[in-house]
Design a protein around this ligand. Sequence first.
Ligand code: C5P
Length: 241
Amino acid sequence: MKPQIIIALDFKSKEEALAFVGRFTDPAYFKIGMELFYAAGPDVVREVKARGHKVFLDLKLHDIPNTVKSAMRVLGTLGVDMTNVHAAGGRRMMAAALEGLTEGAAVRAEQTGEPATRPLLIAVTQLTSTDQAMLGEELCISGDMKDVVAHYARNAAAAGLDGVVCSAWEAGDIHGQVDPGFLTVTPGIRLAGDAADDQSRIATPARAVALGADYLVIGRSITRADDPVAAYQRCLREMEE
Ligand code: C5P
């Protein structure tokens, strides 16, 4: 598939987020994460969708299978295009999430009369803020980051999920080890010259595409730019080069 950019709407209120979204006249793909969702609730999802954009609801669920399934059933009614869990919750939790999401999408279809479309379900492998030292010393996971990420990706695929969140540096390996069609969603993207901030495993848009990323999640390189639309277009150009 042609790689796509997902812009992270990391804002503290619905007003701020929608003012930002309003700058984008063409349909785009936006990520709503914990900060915005906890502040504004499902309303902000509906409003971004109503403006013709796609939504990745990034809430990274991680709990016992039954709880995750019930929560996913609710998220499935919101009409988002993609959502996620932590692969660390295990295969049973991921499979339960998928069931809940599928049920929620069916409920939505009944309510709206639209065909049931299950949102894509993606698993976070290792956060892009985690580096090799932290993996071993704090999380007590021995093994190379690449192998750990690939292992989690295989678990996600076995549970029937559509793809994983990983760094661009692991995307090619995952396509090779799991399935070329298994999606890789890659945060930790920075335009050349921008600060890494709290991210560890970063790549530029061009490098991420070269490494095989399917979706590039970009936050601060776009949201903190003086001209966010121009920064978005620069990312698109860089991806196409
Ligand atoms: O500003 P920046 O481009 O670093 O934003 C990256 C976004 O992707 C943030 O919203 C962050 O929560 C999210 N994310 C991440 N690493 C993951 C999963 C999601 O950085 N593994």
